[in-house]
Design a protein around this ligand. Structure first.
Ligand SMILES: [Zn+2]
Length: 540
């Protein structure tokens, strides 16, 4: 008797566990199928008469979208159906698309601060999901960050990458040192733990200290830990120009990491940095295509600007001078034995970035520097550009816009089907407020380099697929209702290098998880985003 009872109760327990563990979307999917065959439908929101571009890359269709709760329940003509919608958007003359997904942002602080957690700068671009923790700089305490966001609320969905730079810093410090087997294991464990806590993958910033001190073999070992948990590898490569192993050498390194760690690899903000490598977009794409043909999963993202955004130290100071951290750097700058070599190498680096006139200060403690080029500041101080740069570094550094890309390389990368839109938004650079609408305004409607369905796909579904974010990025029944409605006549970026914090225009409605975040072109103030936690179920 007790045996039978035990049997029954354990079966019941398994059932109860299953139903509580299975994601709610599992049920939503079934509900959808049921409702789509009846003629009466209760909706929370009907988006009517728009030109729907669903994110798959297929041609635009004039049709309607029905939303209930946090889900899209149908995509199709609503005229035949009896619909009772709590709210209707008239989308005539508008484009209806999936909310954009940004694979590379620096929104960690914005999202964590209640004053900026709405992510309005992204919502106004139509971005409904951001990934952050890129450049090796992501936190490794993933659960803690996700929980904080859940508690405080966030305006867009957000996913995290664990940062190799931070993990290395935690275990090895800021020095130019190599790990012991034991230290390597500790780093791998931190990555594995971060993945268990919900990270979507691992990011590296092999250009930056201390990530740069890691050899390829070390990165491969860490990437394996992420790969085992279904993670993706995202990288700011070791060199995008002619600093060390070169742009092409860096692409080869990324491909090797993908092959040996058996992990999908993603090149962030792909570019040919500096005149030395202008034109190499062709060879770069050829290498990537060869790797893809050989079965390596490799993709990239890009922002549509000729200037990158970084800080003056990362741009000009060689990494050996940064080893050990800022105090060590300052000592080396002031050491008469070391300084001449430092100056010499910085002169070469400045040349790699197209000279002092191509470096614009966008943020600095010294307000007078903002909006001026390094060349102009040097002239004012009657000093060489590198001596001036060293003064600025000693003074606490500065954010810069570094004009180092050619339009021709930008165009060539953008046309590739594996290159998606990514803002790399950082303060002081207009890309944080303008990337997505700018791609539409300049490259789709302006010079017609790419089509609108292609631009939408590379701004939504492709990114969700690449980073294995389930049920987002497409307008499809059963998917989360992240939907944007914009005016193709007016959609545009407004942010400039002079006024980088200017919101984009033309986004009429932005719906995040079924809730209206932008209404008639204005942010409603709602925090409808969700912290996204990777679960093993999501592994394909
Ligand atoms: Zn970066």
């Amino acid at each position: 008797m007790s045996n039978k009872y035990q049997k029954f109760s354990s079966v019941f327990l398994v059932f109860a566990l299953l139903t509580s563990v299975l994601p709610s979307q599992f049920y939503a999917q079934r509900r959808v199928n049921k409702t789509s065959i009846t003629n009466e439908m209760k909706l929370d929101l009907l988006i009517k008469g728009g030109t729907v571009i669903d994110g798959s890359g297929s041609a635009p269709v004039k049709t309607d979208i029905g939303i209930r709760g946090d889900r899209i329940v149908f995509v199709g003509k609503s005229a035949r159906l009896k619909i009772d919608a709590a709210r209707t958007f008239d989308a005539a003359g508008m484009i209806v698309a999936p909310g954009f997904v940004d694979p590379h942002t620096h929104t960690l602080e914005d999202l964590s601060n209640p004053k900026s957690s709405g992510n309005e700068d992204y919502l106004m671009q139509g971005v409904t999901t951001v990934i952050t923790g890129n450049d090796g700089d992501g936190p490794f305490r993933i659960a803690e960050t996700l929980e904080k966001w859940r508690r405080q609320g966030i305006g867009t969905n957000a996913a995290l990458l664990v940062g190799q730079g931070n993990v290395r810093g935690e275990v090895l410090g800021a020095g130019d040192v190599q790990p012991t087997i034991e230290q390597l294991t500790r780093m791998k464990n931190l990555i594995a733990q971060a993945m268990d806590e919900g990270a979507f993958g691992m990011s590296t910033g092999l250009y930056y200290a201390p990530g740069s001190f890691a050899k390829t073999e070390e990165v491969i070992e860490l990437a394996k830990a992420a790969a085992e948990k279904g993670g993706v590898y995202d990288t700011h490569m070791r060199d995008e120009g002619s600093y060390s192993i070169g742009l092409l050498g860096s692409i080869r390194e990324t491909i090797r990491i993908g092959r040996e760690a058996k992990i999908p690899v993603h090149i962030s903000h792909i570019k040919a940095l500096g005149k030395d490598v202008w034109g190499q977009s062709r060879q770069a794409v050829r290498l990537i295509k060869q790797a893809r043909a050989a079965g390596i999963k490799i993709t990239a993202n890009q922002y549509p600007y000729t200037a990158s955004g970084t800080n003056i130290t990362a741009a000009l100071v060689p990494r050996w001078a940064e080893a050990g951290g800022r105090t060590e750097l300052l000592k080396r700058i002031r050491d008469p034995q070391i300084r001449p070599r430092l100056v010499l190498e910085m002169e070469a680096n400045l040349k790699r970035r197209n000279g002092a006139e191509a470096i614009l200060i966008t943020r600095s403690r010294n307000q007078e520097l903002i909006g001026k080029t390094l060349g102009a500041i040097a002239q004012g101080r009657k000093k060489s550009p590198v001596e001036t740069a060293l003064e600025i570094v000693e003074d606490g550094g500065a954010s810069i816009a570094s004009f180092n890309m050619s339009e021709s390389d930008i165009d060539y990368f953008m046309k590739q089907s594996f290159v998606m839109t990514g803002s790399d938004g950082s303060s002081g650079h207009p890309r944080k407020y303008g990337t997505f609408p700018r791609k539409l305004r300049e490259y789709v409607f302006g010079k017609k380099l790419i089509t609108l369905p292609f631009a939408i796909r590379t701004s939504s579904a492709l990114t969700a697929e690449t980073f294995r974010i389930p049920e987002r990025g497409l307008l499809k029944a059963g998917y989360f209702a992240d939907v944007i409605v914009f005016d193709p006549q007016t959609i545009a970026d407004r942010a400039t290098y002079e006024q980088p914090e200017t919101l984009a225009v033309g986004m009429k409605y932005v719906v995040v998880n079924g809730q209206i975040a932008v209404n008639e072109g204005k942010y409603t103030g709602i925090l409808a985003g969700r912290p996204l936690r990777k679960t093993l179920r999501q592994i394909k």
